[in-house]
Design a binder for this molecule. Structure first.
Ligand code: DLL
Length: 436
């Protein structure tokens, strides 16, 4: 018999949808008053639209509200969007932007309590209990990943090892000696750990690892299988972004049918990224999130740039919360090659299915004579790498053909030596667009 699914907060997570919509409306109204009273950026946006906080009477009118974008946060750097005085802010984090100033986010004590609760929910959904030893290999610091998972694990009652990122050999020693049972990191770092285990000849079955909580970057189903097989655990996905809270916005249960969104704390919409229009249920589009309980840093209709789809049918685990599909990546990660839209995860799915390809790749984009060129560099096992030229050529042809059939685009494939592509400790960086 199947063991029943453990649920951290059954009242909130299994509430009938209509009842939850009433909670959402009441909380949204409060949030609108809060931002209209305290955040100049929203005062300006509302007045430009001729909208007053009291005007919203139904959730169906959410489309009347203005969007918030990363640019708004940049313009109000560092504390301009905070809705409480600094004396009420007990924590500051910031986003991992690669260009320009980072975005700064703040939390009151109550925000931290809510954040902790939401992380505890998805960790419980992934099967973590007070018996677990949670190995947190996200970098501790301004990044929300480590502290978010840390507080959530403690709330669940698990024993936390705050090992942080990097120093993979030490990670393995601690994993072996301290009997880590739940691994928390990015999927790409999970892969780096798997490689190192193999290199050191450590059998994953000799470890106590049982479950992996992977998040913070896009990853394919093929990558899930790879991590499960090579680390000997159940790999689950969880999603969040610092601008809206950090991890805890959504996480998978053991049914692995999408990440349950904490809808009593956030409203999720799917919009057309080009027109901003709300799309019908079941459409693929950009995820937009509105916070419902945040005090220090409320967000109205934040454009995440993440492309996904939402499912509203009740999950087998009993949760009534909407489920978000694995994201295909951010709309700004999408490459447009000769007019064809390509997400790196689509390429990953193909490569991971080809025997001989190692799960390490990078994408180089160039423009030569006004033509876009996409080169997929992929590590292959030693046998293929040292094969005769003729055999290597036919392997390359096979990979190029498979990629063509999925992407509808001719790409150049270059086989590279095992271990030659940089390994990642945090979020992977696999695309090098040299067209600008
Ligand atoms: O990555 C928060 C987080 C930490 C989530 C730990 C999960 C676990 P940021 O650094 O602000 O915050 O990056 C947010 O990362 O907009 C997505 O593009 C991407 N992302 C996060 N989780 C996932 C996921 C954290 N599970 C950005 N799948 C988001 C795909 C993800 N992409």
């Amino acid at each position: 018999m199947m063991t029943p699914h453990k649920i951290w907060n059954p009242t909130a997570e299994c509430m009938p949808r209509e009842q939850r919509r009433a909670v959402q409306l009441a909380r949204l109204k409060e949030t609108l008053v809060r931002v209209a009273d305290h955040v100049p950026c929203y005062q300006k946006k509302f007045s430009e639209l001729g909208f007053q906080a009291g005007d919203l009477t139904s959730l169906d009118d959410i489309g009347l509200l203005p969007f918030t974008t990363k640019e708004d946060l940049r313009q109000n750097y560092p504390y301009g969007m905070f809705a409480v005085p600094m004396r009420e802010v007990v924590r500051i984090h910031s986003s991992s932007g690669t260009t320009g100033k980072p975005t700064v986010v703040g939390y009151t004590r109550e925000d931290i309590n809510n954040w902790t609760e939401l992380v505890a929910r998805f960790m419980t959904a992934a099967g973590v209990t007070d018996e677990d030893i949670v190995h947190i290999a996200f970098g501790y610091g301004l990044f929300t990943g480590a502290f978010g998972l840390h507080y959530g694990s403690e709330a669940v009652g698990a024993s936390v090892i705050p090992i942080s990122g990097g120093n993979t050999d030490k990670q393995l020693m601690i994993m072996q000696d301290y009997r880590s049972s739940a691994l928390v990191c990015t999927p790409s770092y999970g892969l780096t750990i798997a490689d190192r285990l193999e290199k050191q000849g450590i059998d994953p079955a000799s470890l106590a690892l049982r479950v992996g909580l992977f998040g913070a970057e896009p990853w394919s189903e093929q990558m899930r299988t790879e991590l499960e097989n090579r680390l000997g655990l159940i790999a689950t996905d969880n999603y969040g972004l610092s601008e809206v809270m950090g991890p805890g916005i959504g996480g998978e249960c053991l049914c692995k049918q999408g990440m349950h969104i904490a809808e009593d704390h956030f409203i999720a919409e799917i919009i057309d990224p080009d027109t901003g229009e709300i799309l019908p249920e079941g459409s693929v589009g950009e995820l937009v999130l509105t916070s419902l309980t945040k005090q220090a840093f409320p967000m109205i209709r934040y454009r995440t740039r993440d492309i996904t789809r939402l499912h509203y049918d009740v999950c087998d685990c009993g949760r009534t919360l909407a489920r978000m599909e694995k994201t295909r990546g951010r709309s700004d990660d999408m490459l447009i090659i000769k007019g064809v839209n390509v997400f790196p995860t689509q390429i990953e799915e193909v490569l991971f299915q080809i025997k001989g390809c190692e799960p390490h790749y990078q994408l180089m984009v160039d423009r030569v004579n006004n033509q876009d060129i996409l080169e997929v560099q992929v590590e292959v096992n030693e046998k293929i790498f040292f094969d005769e030229m003729k055999q290597q050529r036919s392997f390359v042809d096979q990979v190029e053909k498979k990629l063509y059939s999925v992407l509808g685009l001719s790409v150049k494939v270059k086989l590279v030596e095992p271990s030659s592509i940089t390994r990642h400790e945090g979020k992977a960086c696999r695309v090098f667009d040299r067209r600008q």
